[in-house]
Design a protein around this ligand. Structure first.
Ligand code: SAM
Length: 228
């Protein structure tokens, strides 16, 4: 059974999209989407040989070789915009910095792509900033808990948004901040505790570091409505 995390990523894929799943590993996501008839065409890209081979084997045993092409490739090198009419890209289960790097390296290929669905394991602020700097608008977000971990999903489309994201929106997510779900509050309560325990260990002499963490803590407290 597909994880709740990847199911949610798949739920954002538009009906009949042509999908590129970067870092597909076992190709679980494209297999699920083709089987459930959400899509009929996908590329599963993988840069590491072992996972690539496991994707090839899984696609073969599901008899989906016609629909899903597995390619051994780095990031967006897995598709050729002149030939592959990719409309949607998913990149899940990696750090936000790596996701931004993959997008940056393949920037000139993104013009034909209408939807990005990204699931960074960390570095969400950096990724939102990359999207904003490259004129992508965040159109939806999701936060969920699975196996004692909390995951965020960011959906973006090309096009400059009317308003720039505020510092709080960059850090917490414009939609997640609005919604303030129970999982969101849980995530930031635990981030608060973690930052406070780091803060307690910073010597008074490291003034700049202390100021940095105290600003971070204040920012989280504000969102959680904790009195200072
Ligand atoms: N996307 C799947 C998921 O969310 O469950 C797999 C996540 S797995 C932790 C990350 C995968 O991305 C690994 O299989 C890794 O080899 C692959 N990967 C890392 N960097 C990549 C890159 N630049 N291009 C393609 N694949 C990459």
């Amino acid at each position: 059974k597909l994880s709740k995390r990847l199911t949610q990523v798949g739920d954002f894929v538009p009906q009949d999209a042509v999908l590129l799943d970067v870092g597909s590993d076992h190709a679980y996501l494209p297999i699920h989407l083709v089987k459930t008839k959400r899509i009929s065409k996908a590329i599963a890209g993988e840069v590491v040989k072992g996972p690539y081979e496991s994707a090839v084997a899984n696609v073969k045993s599901a008899s989906l070789e016609e629909q899903i092409t597995v390619r051994l490739a780095n990031g967006l090198a897995a598709f050729d915009p002149a030939v592959d009419d990719v409309t949607t890209i998913t990149i899940a289960g990696m750090g936000g910095h790596l996701i931004a790097e993959i997008l940056e390296d393949g920037r000139d290929k993104l013009c034909q792509v209408s939807t990005l669905i990204l699931q960074p394991n960390n570095g969400e602020r950096h990724l939102r900033q990359w999207l904003q700097a490259h004129d992508f608008t965040i159109s939806d977000e999701k936060i969920l808990a699975e196996n004692d971990k909390i995951y965020e999903i960011i959906v973006a489309h090309p096009g400059k948004s009317a308003d720039k994201l505020t510092e709080a929106e960059l850090c917490f997510g414009p939609f997640l901040l609005q919604e303030k779900s129970a999982v969101f509050l849980e995530k930031w309560a635990s981030e608060l505790t973690a930052n406070q325990s780091i803060m307690a260990k910073i010597p008074d002499s490291a003034e700049q570091k202390k100021a940095e963490f105290s600003a971070k803590i204040a920012k989280i407290k504000e969102v959680l409505n904790v009195s200072q």
